[in-house]
Every structure is written in structure tokens, then in C-alpha cells.
Design a protein around this ligand. Structure first.
Ligand code: PAF
Length: 304
């Protein structure tokens, strides 16, 4: 199969590494020429338990990529706020299927406009930290969970069920909305608080004050998403905090590195849904404004 991965950030590098091991023709597309140079020269490096494994994968920029050849599977791993712009650069004529791997649900709002016969979404529960343009640390083995939004000829299933690697388990889910909503709840509860208060995930369950803040957030999220078994869902959120206790959430990492965050696709999306249902969510709105304020301040400082 010919597989093209768009966006070699931490998730893109991780997925590329494990897929390239399955003997597919995997290639990467990036926006940045300097990243193509370094990956073509050194390959992709994956660090797990202090061991480095290397894999050679061809990489090109969007402008140099040959979109005339058939692409069996296009995997989009860029951040949710980059999805719309990135898709404008893709020629879909020869693309047979597409898989989206993002946090949040903002990107799902464009699915109805995509005329691709086979489309799926996935969530990455692995710990992955990018060290530089070609190196990713696989800091925690989790799962890649995925589900069809539209099932075409079954290409995505064929590719993903072929990944048999204890370090990269893959699980197929039946209901994509349910799957993304569970991850959305986790991200909405953990990411903004950790980003604003600059604490690791574990702190949210260790410190009773963070725990009660997170519970207030959780209740608002549930009022929008409407999960029935909230006690199990709350336990799941706490379990993720415990399992990733020493991780900094992706939103905290973005804030610390002066990068734009995924707040719009996570909390912004919930605010839009709450507005449609006429539900008041003051705490989530507060967190949204707080993270946006940090992004804006960093942006302003960067230009000062
Ligand atoms: O965005 C993240 O950092 C992760 O999805 C999660 C689950 C919150 C763990 O850090």
C-alpha cells in the first residue's frame, strides 16, 4: 500500500515509524524544507527506554510532492487548527482513503465537505514527545484507537489491522462519535487546567484543590456532551491523570514552547455546542479565555 503521512510532528513521526515497519510504501509530507533535508539525511529516530531505533522514510514538501500517483491512504497528523489549511494543499484526485489523528473535535466539522469514499478518525493514547525535526521519544505505550466515519473498500482496516507490534497496539471502535467524545472529555478536563497552572497531569488527582476544579469542569463538559454513565467516565479521566502522572499535557507543552494550542478544537468546540443547546458553561468559558489570553500574550511578546 502507498501511505502518505502529512505532518511530521510527534504523532506523525511516531505513526510513520511503526507503519514503515509493516513494509508499506510510507512517505511523509511537510511544510518545511529544512525538515525534509534532515530526515532524508538521518532518517527518523525513535527513542524508547533510552534505545534509539532508526528508519529511513522519504520526505518531501507539499510543493515538491507528486500528487499524480495513487495514494491508498492519506494520514493527517497535523494539529487540529492546521487541518483546514493543510487540506487546501492536497490534491484529492488520487486519494482513496483518509485517516485523521487529532485531539478535540473541531476538525470533524469539515467531514461533510470531503468527498472521499473512505474516511476514518483515530485517537492516539501513546506518550510521544518530539525532540527535534527527526527524533521522537515514545514515552508511554498506549493505544491507537480508530473508527470509520465512512467505510469504503476497507483500506484503512487492512492497513491498521496489519500493525502487530506490542509497542503500538491498535484497536478498532464501532462508534466514532463516542470514541472522540471520550477523548474530548479527557482533554477538556486535563489540558486547560494543566496549561494554565503549569502542572503535570498527576497533580490534578494528587492535589484535592485541582481535583475539585477538574470535577467542576467535568460536570460542565458532561452537561454538553451528555454521557449517561458519568461516574465511570469521571473514573476514566482520573485514571488517565494517574497513568500519565509525570506527563505534561500537550497544551502545557504548547504554551511552554510559545506555540498555538488546540484549545479551539477542544473547549471552543464545546462552547459552540453549548451555545446551540443554550447551556451555560462559565467555567469552560473561563478556561478558554485564559488559554487564549496566554496564547495572545505570547504572540504579542514574540513581536515586541
Ligand atoms: O493532550 C494530551 O496531552 C493527552 O491527550 C492527554 C491524554 C491529556 C495526556 O497528556
Amino acid at each position: 500500500m502507498k501511505i502518505v503521512i502529512v505532518g511530521p510532528g510527534s504523532i506523525g513521526l511516531l505513526v510513520t515509524f511503526y507503519l514503515a515497519h509493516q513494509h508499506h510504501m510510507v512517505s511523509l509530507v511537510t511544510n518545511r524544507q529544512e525538515q525534509t533535508t534532515v530526515i532524508n539525511e538521518k532518517g527518523i529516530h525513535l527513542i524508547r527506554h533510552k534505545q534509539i531505533a532508526k528508519m529511513n522514510v522519504p520526505v518531501t514538501t507539499f510543493s515538491n510532492f507528486n500528487w499524480d500517483e495513487t495514494i491508498d491512504l492519506l494520514i493527517v497528523t497535523v494539529k487540529s487548527y492546521q487541518v483546514t489549511n493543510v487540506l487546501k494543499k492536497v490534491d484529492f484526485t488520487n486519494v482513496k482513503s483518509i485517516l485523521f489523528l487529532q485531539n478535540g473535535m473541531g476538525h470533524t466539522e469539515i467531514f461533510s465537505k470531503l468527498a472521499i469514499p473512505e474516511l476514518a478518525v483515530g485517537v492516539i493514547e501513546h506518550g510521544a514527545l518530539r525532540e527535534n525535526d527527526f527524533t521522537v521519544h515514545h514515552t508511554g505505550v498506549g493505544k491507537l484507537r480508530w473508527s470509520y466515519v465512512r467505510e469504503g473498500s476497507g483500506i484503512i482496516n487492512e492497513v491498521l489491522k496489519g500493525i502487530i507490534d506490542p509497542n503500538f497496539p491498535v484497536e478498532k471502535e464501532q462508534d466514532w462519535t463516542n470514541m472522540l467524545e471520550s477523548k474530548l472529555i479527557v482533554n477538556a478536563c486535563i489540558n486547560p487546567i494543566t496549561a494554565l497552572f503549569q502542572v503535570e497531569n498527576g497533580e490534578l488527582v494528587k492535589n484535592e484543590h485541582y481535583l475539585s476544579m477538574m470535577n467542576l469542569v467535568f460536570k460542565e463538559v458532561i452537561s454538553v456532551v451528555g454521557f449517561v454513565d458519568d461516574s465511570d467516565t469521571w473514573e476514566y479521566v482520573c485514571q488517565v491523570c494517574r497513568k500519565t502522572a509525570h506527563n505534561r499535557s500537550s497544551m502545557l507543552v504548547d504554551i511552554v514552547n510559545n506555540r498555538k494550542t488546540e484549545i479551539d478544537s477542544i473547549v471552543g468546540y464545546l462552547i459552540r455546542r453549548a451555545r446551540d443547546q443554550q447551556i451555560d458553561i462559565p467555567i469552560l468559558t473561563f478556561l478558554y479565555e485564559g488559554v487564549r489570553a496566554k496564547e495572545l500574550k505570547q504572540g504579542r511578546d514574540a513581536y515586541d
